[in-house]
Design a protein around this ligand. Structure first.
Ligand SMILES: Cc1cc2nc3c(=O)[nH]c(=O)nc-3n(C[C@H](O)[C@H](O)[C@H](O)COP(=O)(O)OP(=O)(O)OC[C@H]3O[C@@H](n4cnc5c(N)ncnc54)[C@H](O)[C@@H]3O)c2cc1C
Length: 509
């Protein structure tokens, strides 16, 4: 199909039928996008035209691909033009680059299915079905295969970006992993520097750094053909303060001991989801642990049972260990996505990288908040997920994803529906996080125990001195020592700061 490059095609303005649907497309219902126009683009030339027009007219731009950003990067009332790449959804193999070319509007479920069914390979990345590649890869991208195969960004070979220079000229640049490439720094910025900072990504190319030859089936890792899945349920009434200390302590210790890049347990990925007490009625589940092990390994059953027995040690017989199942790979990934994508509504999220498991004091704080009834959210959770493994085989400055010796990624989220309850629920989440990290100024300051936050789970409180009293800037929490280079790249590639949002990189600290 020939791309129609006319700038008026796909331009949706206030009053047009599709405007309202485009307004509410973002995942976090706290934020509605209400620009003068959405440019629903289908190719790079249309992106160039849309940016050129906006720059010429002095309009503030925001970029959207999958619409799964948790903070207000796109719905900010200051935004006048939203360039929406959600319809750019092609996945192909580019024989010249010997790499998979993936457009930013591709959703994760489609990416997994196409790569696997056509070529038998996978991009190790997030577990949601509906997240867009556009924002996800630029922020690093982690999921159930990352302990065995690294982050999505670790497999990024090249990126096509629409950029604006100091005089306002708009052009398309391809930046690659090749250190001799004059645009290499722009590639590096897209391996964890976060979306919406440097320009608009119109295509990613993926090929593993150690891939050889021309065969697409060798260009990216192969996922295990089947997955051994396990589930352990912890009912709320038995999950006392002491039991929570034991459970979260076990999870932390196990990850401290089994997350080296060469551990056999890189074949195992687990999540421990701790649920908040519902406001009323049914007490709900206290916690669920899910486990995925590469079922093609001869020792898969042993890895699973050793893990489950360490996780449940000291808890007596109340944890309900469900029978394990062997599930084909795509089906197993789908089941993870269903759990992740189920929460819909108004949300507040936070994140932390853990180098060590939580202390008893911290677990008590989690208990107090998760057991409390002084909130009005429909649901709240703290999800601790396996990290490390091959993610930690890469140096902290080799990509922009700086956290390379953590063992757990912690994700905090609450969800509610009524706008009038925004303040109480955001406040509940803020207090939880502040008290959890009371020792380090209310935030996970990089050090022996913590390693900052994850930019794909952005949280504007990290830039607010009321909630971050650590003296460590939000940029250092997300990017650690890589922030200096990211600032230089920002100054070079977006000197007019055209691409900016509430947590974007500034060229000056
Ligand atoms: C239900 C759910 C599950 C998730 N699960 C995981 C997970 O398992 N692992 C994980 O790592 N993350 C996960 N995430 C986080 C996800 O990776 C980020 O929210 C990601 O930024 C979403 O990208 P998007 O394109 O869908 O979102 P958008 O809202 O479209 O974009 C997010 C940010 O990226 C920018 N951006 C988008 N497209 C482009 C582009 N083409 N060029 C430049 N900048 C762009 C936007 O301006 C914005 O700042 C999850 C999020 C949700 C909502």
């Amino acid at each position: 199909m020939t791309e129609n490059t006319s700038s008026s095609v796909g331009v949706i303005r206030v009053g047009d039928d599709a405007y309202q649907d485009l307004s509410v497309r973002g995942i976090n219902k706290r934020f509605t996008a209400e620009p003068e126009a959405f440019h629903v683009v289908t190719g790079t030339e249309q992106v160039v035209n849309a940016v050129r027009e906006a720059v010429r007219d002095g309009k503030r731009i925001a970029v959207r691909s999958g619409g799964h950003g948790y903070e207000n990067m796109v719905g900010d009332p200051a935004v006048q033009v939203v360039i929406d790449l959600g319809e750019m959804r092609e996945v192909s193999f580019d024989p010249e680059r010997k790499a998979f070319a993936v457009e930013p509007g591709v959703r994760m479920a489609d990416l997994y299915r196409t790569l696997y069914e056509r070529w038998g390979v996978v991009l190790p990345a997030g577990d949601s079905a509906t997240v867009g590649v556009g924002g996800h890869v630029a922020g690093g991208g982690f999921g159930s295969l990352c302990r065995s195969a690294g982050l999505a960004a670790d497999h990024l070979l090249a990126v096509e970006v629409v950029v604006v220079d100091a005089s306002g000229d708009v052009r398309t640049v391809v930046a690659t992993r090749d250190p001799a490439d004059p645009h290499h720094d722009l590639w590096w910025a897209h391996t964890g520097g976060g979306g919406g900072n440097f320009g608009i990504v119109t295509r990613y190319w993926f090929r593993s750094p150690d891939a050889t030859g021309d065969d697409p089936r060798e260009a990216l890792p192969r996922p295990p053909a089947s997955v051994l899945t396990g589930t352990v349920l912890f009912n709320r009434e038995s999950l006392s303060r002491t039991a929570l200390r034991t459970l979260v302590g076990n999870f932390g210790r196990w990850h401290e001991n089994n997350s080296a890049p060469d551990s056999p347990y890189t074949a195992l990925f687990s999540g421990l989801v701790l649920f908040g007490r519902p406001r009323e009625g049914d007490p709900g589940m206290g916690a669920v642990a899910f486990v995925h092990v590469d079922a093609t390994r001869p020792d898969a059953d042993r890895l699973m049972s050793d893990y489950v027995s360490e996780l449940t040690a000291g808890l007596g017989d109340f944890p309900a260990v469900l029978p394990t199942e062997v599930v084909p790979w795509l089906e197993a990934k789908k089941a993870l996505a269903q759990a992740q994508d189920a929460e819909i509504g108004r949300q507040k999220v936070k994140s932390a990288f853990l180098r060590r498991g939580y202390s008893d004091d911290q677990i008590d704080t989690l208990y107090d908040y998760l057991d409390s009834t002084d909130h009005s959210n429909d649901s709240s959770l703290v999800s601790l997920q396996s990290y490390g493994g091959r993610v930690n085989a890469v140096a902290g400055d080799a990509t922009a994803s700086a956290q390379r010796d953590s063992v757990i990624q912690a994700f905090f989220m609450n969800t509610w529906q009524d706008e009038k309850l925004d303040e109480t629920n955001v406040d509940w989440m803020r207090r939880l996080f502040r008290d959890l990290y009371a020792k380090t100024g209310g935030v996970p300051v990089p050090g022996e125990e913590n390693d900052g936050c994850y930019i794909n789970f952005p949280d504007t409180d990290m830039a607010d001195p009321e909630w971050n009293t650590s003296g460590v800037s939000w940029e250092e929490l997300y990017y650690k020592g890589n922030i200096a280079r990211l600032r230089e790249i920002k100054a070079k590639w977006d000197p007019r700061n055209v691409f900016r949002h509430t947590l974007s990189i500034r060229s000056e600290g």
